[in-house]
Design a protein around this ligand. Structure first.
Ligand code: IPD
Ligand code: CA
Ligand code: CA
Ligand code: CA
Length: 267
């Protein structure tokens, strides 16, 4: 077991998240160098890389034996959640960052010996920091969030979903997903999985479905959500590994069971 002082790690991480947010806000109107990754809609900018490098440098200087699992290549090869692992998305919602200059987040989670201990989702432009320490609740800035509603039916629920999953795809039966969209009260897509998890934790949305999230998209959000009674699992119902891309469902445990049973058929 490695030494882990949760409060000190939380304070350092919080400072770095706030500093990184300040860098992004200061430079938000500067011309962007935009590259694409897997496809023409998969964007990355010099800011994504700069912010990830900022975190990697701080973590390596302060906690040289910790590992980093992150999106843009400054992290480590992480095959298991042993010791302390930082799971980081420097900008979650890069498309929003590029096109809208808002509704993107820094997502940072700290796992120790396989357990999610600390989570931050920072809505940079709105200056809203969602944060949690395991066992101590989730906060939206200084406001403690209340446990999520238990009694909600799907017919009263707000679903978070990328509309692409209602079109034919190689991951899941899109017609079943479209049925889910028709069943719920409304569907929303904000373009940042991390913020969408924060909105689940806040209780302003109720169910989340995605078939290709990476650990850095949701690791911090899962910690926020867990603290208010929310659950996040693989779309098979199994536990997430936080190590690779996995189809993901989040919601109140009762809603999750109904969604998986009636509306998800993985290919
Ligand atoms: C993306 C966002 C988006 C989700 C995608 C992610 P990125 O992250 O979280 O909401 O639908 O699956 O890749 O690339 O902007 O960090
Ligand atoms: Ca990306
Ligand atoms: Ca992301
Ligand atoms: Ca990202």
């Amino acid at each position: 077991m490695t030494q882990f002082n949760k409060e000190t790690v939380y304070q350092n991480a919080r400072k770095w998240v706030e500093e990184a947010g300040e860098i992004i806000r200061t430079e938000i109107d500067q011309p962007r160098k935009i590259d694409t990754k897997m496809n023409p809609n998969d964007l990355v900018t010099e800011m994504d890389r700069k912010i990830e490098e900022f975190f990697a440098d701080k973590i390596r200087q302060t906690y040289p034996s910790d590992l980093i699992l992150s999106e843009e290549g400054f992290g480590d090869q992480v095959n298991e959640l042993k010791g302390t692992v930082w799971i980081i998305d420097p900008i979650d919602g890069t498309m929003n960052f590029v096109h809208q200059k808002r509704t993107f987040a820094i997502s940072l989670a700290v796992f120790h010996e396989g357990v999610g201990e600390i989570g931050f989702v920072y809505d940079v432009m709105a200056d809203i920091l969602y944060h949690a320490k395991r066992g101590e609740g989730t906060y939206k800035n200084e406001q403690k969030l209340v446990p999520i509603a238990k009694e909600k039916n799907l017919s009263e629920a707000i679903l978070l979903l990328n509309p692409l999953w209602c079109a034919p795809n190689d991951r899941a039966d899109h017609e079943k997903v479209a049925e889910l969209v028709k069943t719920v009260r409304g569907a929303r897509s904000y373009g940042s999985a991390a913020l969408e998890f924060a909105y689940l934790a806040e209780g302003i949305t109720d169910v989340y479905v995605s078939f290709h999230l990476q650990p850095w998209d949701y690791a911090a959000g899962v910690i926020l959500y867990h603290e208010v009674g929310g659950q996040t699992v693989k779309a098979t119902g199994e536990d997430l590994t936080f190590l690779k891309q996995e189809p993901t469902v989040a919601g109140h445990p009762d809603l999750i069971a109904e969604v998986i049973q009636n509306y998800i058929s993985l290919k």
